[in-house]
Design a protein around this ligand. Structure first.
Ligand code: ADP
Ligand code: MG
Length: 394
């Protein structure tokens, strides 16, 4: 296990915290501050411990240049409101300069400052040691609480840990706990649900999960690539031609290893990729040549429910259909409801899957919804995440 802020003597220290303040903006205003609010437990804990806090984050893709449309000033203002204490902000094109160094030096316990967007500096994404050192020089301890960028080896997410004691904040701790436990020591039966658009995008995830799960459910657009491998007509459904053989290989491996691979039985089809296109349910071996599958059908939902009923751990990545269109969201919502009612650890990974569960209204009934799209996928692939690997072991 990795150390977190409770595991070290942090009281009264000067602490630099990598947060994920990559919030959506419109016309200079924050449109959704959930990521800022999510960071508060870690920040408030450290303030209660009397720490002096230097916060840092990236926002958008300024590509190594001080582009002011990506300034973190609005974040500092929002934080000032949420914390009900002044968050000092110095906008420096180099992020760390003499004024910033002086401010960090003068910062007292219980005070907070926010650095400018770390991606204003080109060295950040190159994991430049000079920039990492400059950031580290401001504080005594490094806390990483930005899971969304933990799969990137950047100066502010990993490099900085070469120069400071490094521990996780509460957000990263939670991600490690739920994703990590599900992957390393799941209570069984362990069922994974994979969906989304393409098999190709998720091959490493499927392959890693195959070694761990009791059942693997395949839904969404990736099912049609499996159908093709089974010799079925898939009409105009989304098809990942390059992955047909891989799908065949996955089916073969499941047979050899005894993993219960569960494929949909029926699907909701239309002529056009549109919510207004009339739809009908077809069995998987009867998809008309001029139609496309947009969602799982009712027989499939029943089959999936029968597999999920006894599950003790469920990891879900990828929607069951084109959930963005109301007429084809039903399969995804049904699965979300089943998970919400299960007496099991339920972990959702992937940006669209998280959005779908949220949209279905079941977000608060899942054990854990991972906040990092790319990072959670890499975790499910079994990869080592640099922003986590750099933290101290307990
Ligand atoms: P996540 O972000 O959770 O990892 P993906 O990005 O892999 O998920 O997949 C989400 C996308 O898959 C959604 O935009 C959804 O519309 C699409 N999708 C799901 N089922 C189908 C389908 N049958 N045909 C086309 N697209 C689909
Ligand atoms: Mg996605």
């Amino acid at each position: 296990m990795k150390k977190n802020i409770r595991d070290i003597d942090i009281a009264g220290k000067k602490v630099i915290v990598r947060c994920d303040f990559n919030v959506p903006m419109k016309d200079g205003a924050i449109t959704d501050d959930i990521r800022i609010r999510a960071a508060l437990p870690t920040i408030e804990y450290l303030l209660e411990e009397g720490c002096a806090l230097i916060l840092m984050s990236h926002m958008g893709r300024p590509k190594g240049e001080p582009k002011m449309e990506y300034t973190l000033k609005p974040v500092a203002d929002r934080l000032t409101e949420l914390l009900a204490r002044k968050v000092r902000f110095i906008s420096s094109p180099t992020v760390v300069d003499d004024e910033v160094r002086k401010a960090a030096e003068d910062l007292k316990g219980g005070e907070v400052m926010l650095l400018e967007n770390v991606r204003f500096v080109k060295g950040e994404t190159d994991n430049d040691a000079g920039f990492a050192k400059a950031l580290a020089s401001l504080a005594e301890v490094f806390v990483n609480d930005a899971f969304g960028t933990a799969h990137r080896a950047h100066s502010s997410t990993a490099g900085i840990a070469d120069y400071l004691p490094a521990v996780s904040g509460f957000l990263i701790e939670k991600e490690i706990r739920f994703l990590g436990d599900a992957m390393e020591s799941p209570e069984r039966p362990f069922v994974a649900i994979m969906g989304g658009a393409k098999v190709g995008d998720k091959i490493p995830v499927i392959e890693n999960l195959m070694n761990k799960v009791d059942s693997l459910i395949i839904g969404g657009g990736m099912a049609y690539t499996f159908y093709k491998a089974m010799g079925y007509e898939t009409g105009t459904s989304i098809l990942d031609r390059d992955s047909v053989e891989i799908a065949a290989g996955i089916m073969k491996k499941a047979e050899e290893t005894g993993v219960n691979l569960v494929l949909p039985l029926d699907c909701v089809c239309t002529e056009e990729f549109s919510n207004d296109s009339p739809y009908e349910v077809y069995d998987r071996d009867k998809i008309p040549a001029d139609k496309m599958g947009m969602d799982i059908g009712p027989k499939t939902a029943e089959l999936f429910e029968s597999v999920l009923r006894d599950a003790k751990t469920v990891v879900w990545n990828g929607p069951m259909g084109v959930f963005e269109m109301e007429n084809f969201a039903k399969g995804t919502y049904t699965i979300a409801k089943i998970l919400a009612e299960l007496d099991a650890v339920t972990v959702i990974g992937g940006g669209d899957s998280a959005a779908a569960v949220e949209q279905a209204g079941f977000a608060d009934r899942m054990t854990h919804i991972s906040t990092g799209g790319g990072a959670s996928l890499e975790y499910l692939e079994g990869k080592v995440l640099p922003g986590i690997a750099c933290l101290e072991e307990k």
